[in-house]
Structure formats: C-alpha cells, structure tokens
Design a protein around this ligand. Structure first.
Ligand code: NAD
Length: 365
C-alpha cells in the first residue's frame, strides 16, 4: 500500500474549518482507493505568533521539509494587522515558499457548469485555464528602495521622494518555469500562452527567447505570446480559448485573481505551489482567512477540498483518487448544494454550511 506523509497547517480565521473538511474528504478517499496519508499538524501564521512569537517556527518549516506535501488553510487576520511587517502572519507564506523552494504556482480556473450564473461575465461557454505563475523571482524579490530627492521634474514639480522596485529574471528561472508549463500543457490540450510585456520590458524579451528555446523540446505543444494588457481583456471576452498560461510573478498574481473571479467565487479555487521534482509541494485555497465569516459555518470548503485533489494528482500521482474528488465536487454542485458565497437563490438550491457541503462531497465519493 502506498503511504504518504503530509504536514498540515490550519492557520487562522476559517483555516481550521476548511482544512478539517478537506481532511475528512482525504480520509474517505484514501479508504476508497487503498493508500494511506499520515499527517501531522504544525502552527503557522497568527496562531504561531500568539504561541511562539513568530509566524513560522523552525519546527514548522522542518516538519514541512520532512513531509511529502503540505496542506495549508490560510493565515492572517485583523488581530495581527498592526504588528511590524517582518513579523506579520503572511510572512509565514513567504518563508514556506522560499524555505521549500516553491518556484511555481499552479492555479486552475475552471468554470463549473452549475455555477455559470455566479460569474460576473455572461455567456461563457466553457473555461478551463491552468495559470502557471513564477513564484520566487521578479519584481517582488528584486532590488528595491526609497529615498529623499531634491531634483525637480521638467515642469518644475519637486520629486521629493523616489521609490523603486526591480523586475529581474535569470535564464535559469525562466527555463525551469517554462519547462514545467510545457509539461503541464502537454497533459492538457497542448497549447501554451506566454504572457509578458515584451514591447516594453527587457526581462520579458528574455522570457520570449527562452520560451522559444524550451519549445524545441515540446514541438507537439503550440506556443503563442500575448501582452499582459491584451491578455487581461481577452480573459474577459474569450476565456474559453485559453488553455495553459505561463507568466511572471507579478503578472501571474494579477491575472490569476482575474481568471479566478470569472469563475464565480474565491471559495472555489485551489492552488498548488511546486518546487523541484521530488520535493514537497504546498497545496492551499487561493483565498485568505476570511475573518469576517470565521466560526459562522459559512466558509466554502471546496477550494481546500480541490487543493487536496491537486495534491493527490501532482504530488502523489494518485490520479484516479484526484478525479474522484473533483467528480464528487461536481456532483455536490449538480445536486444543488450551495454555501452562501455561491448561492444565487435559484430554485433547487440546497443551502448548506461548511460541514453540509463536506458531507455532500463525501456522499458523492
Ligand atoms: P479573503 O480571501 O480572506 O476574503 C475576501 C472575501 O471573500 C471575504 O468576504 C470572505 O468572507 C470571502 N471568502 C474568502 N474565502 C471564502 C470561503 N472559503 N468561503 C466563503 N467566502 C470566502 O481576503 P481578505 O479579506 O483580503 O484577507 C483576510 C486575511 O487573509 C488577511 O489577513 C490577509 O492578509 C489574509 N490572506 C491570507 C492568504 C493566505 O493565507 N494564503 C491569502 C490572502 C489573504
């Protein structure tokens, strides 16, 4: 029997509720498909600050490194908003990403047939996009500073202060993420779009050059290029035409939220962050800790349950089990089960809380 070990970080706000739901589904699916997942719970985020005075205790990072995968709920909340930035709960995420070498963020944006009317975009036939975002380079990690300045602009306006951030990518960083994106596209409908700003940015032109080079190893996958401003429009007007998108850290941050919103609710969207083959990836919903609904039973657990499906597929290769979880989610939606974030008050809807939705998914398994 295959055995896997996962590190579980429940975090703050709705984190513990949605992770408990996902673990219930994981328990059911491992029984059904005959593998075993052992897990250990570690603190991170605001709850770790309260207990240990730091958002990511060493023991948590070590526990994650020693596991096959990490399942994370969400961290943060108003209680810790006034803490010094380097000690905020969200620092735990950056620490986990860099500590585990997670350079790729995969965010599927899938429109469920049953939730079409929850989308802000009308008349979408289909949408099934895999967004591959570079996660550890680019402008969020580049050289940055701010300083006072006595210069004046050509029209006489004083500059007063200057602040800058640097977008910088190495060939190695681009090569590993584009290679992964081609592999992903090959397992889907064999079409990859590189989104950049090559008409303006030197770094984007390097992305194009390297992507074309890597393309030589994936001639069965078609490759095209789109400027980021154009892509943000096309995502709204023809989301069904995209398959796999690969892009830089900042563009991916923005576009994946846009693509996610088209699907209806942040409560539906899973993600995977991956590093080198054979190292633990991190699986989490894209949403935050939703402190406004924590403890009310209103949290939609589906994004976290679908993150478990991604873990089963991408980390463990348990593809049948992953398919079964995704199918069970579809069945729950088709059965009319709706948490309040995805309810439209339509006839046939069955309003449920976090546990009710989890029960519906487990019944579908
Ligand atoms: P959020 O995603 O937590 O919430 C935005 C809105 O979506 C809220 O109205 C919330 O109720 C709703 N929502 C989110 N998840 C939901 C779910 N599963 N079911 C139903 N409704 C859901 O974003 P925010 O309010 O900007 O952030 C709250 C906290 O979370 C902040 O401290 C922020 O820094 C943190 N955060 C953490 C992560 C993470 O841990 N990966 C990501 C984003 C934000």
């Amino acid at each position: 029997m295959n055995e896997y070990k996962i590190a579980v970080i429940k975090g703050d706000g709705i984190g513990p509720e949605i992770v408990d739901s996902a673990l219930r589904v994981l328990d059911r699916v491992q029984d059904k498909f005959g593998f075993r997942v052992n897990y250990e719970v570690f603190p991170a985020g605001g709850c770790a600050i309260d207990k240990y005075g730091m958002p990511l205790p060493d023991e948590t990072l070590e526990g994650c490194r020693a596991s096959d995968a990490v399942l994370l709920g969400a961290v943060g909340g108003p209680k810790w908003d006034s803490i010094e930035p380097s000690l905020r709960p969200e620092r735990a995420l950056l620490g986990l990403r860099s500590g585990l070498g997670l350079y790729a963020n995969l965010r599927p944006a899938i429109m469920f047939e049953e939730l079409k009317d929850a989308s802000p975009v009308k008349n979408i036939d289909k949408m099934d996009i895999m967004m591959v975002r570079e996660l550890t380079g680019g402008i969020y990690f580049g050289d940055s500073d701010s300083y006072s300045c006595n210069d004046i602009l050509p029209d006489g306006t004083p500059k007063v202060r200057i602040a800058y951030d640097t977008e910088s990518y190495s060939e190695g960083e681009i090569r590993r993420i584009t290679d992964l994106a081609f592999r992903i596209a090959r397992g889907r409908s064999r079409h990859l779009t590189l989104v950049d700003k090559a008409n303006v940015l030197t770094s984007s032109r390097l992305w194009r050059e390297i992507a074309e080079d890597v393309h030589d190893d994936y001639r069965d996958v078609s490759l095209d290029f789109l400027y980021v401003d154009n892509c943000s429009m096309q995502l709204i007007s023809r989301p069904g035409d995209f398959d796999t998108i690969v892009t830089s850290n900042m563009f991916g941050d923005i576009l994946s939220d846009e693509a996610g919103q088209i699907t209806g609710s942040v409560g539906m969207l899973p993600s995977a962050s991956l590093g080198k083959t054979g190292t633990p990836g991190m699986y989490e919903p894209i949403h935050g800790s939703a402190p406004d609904i924590a403890g009310t039973g209103k949290a939609n657990p589906l994004a976290t349950i679908l993150s478990v499906a991604m873990m089963l597929r991408w980390q463990f290769g348990e593809n049948e089990a992953a398919d079964a979880v995704e199918e069970a989610v579809r069945k729950a939606l088709a059965g009319g089960y709706r948490t309040s974030d995805i309810s439209r008050g339509n006839a046939g809807e069955i309003p449920v809380d976090t546990n009710g939705m989890t029960d519906a998914v487990i019944a579908g398994l």
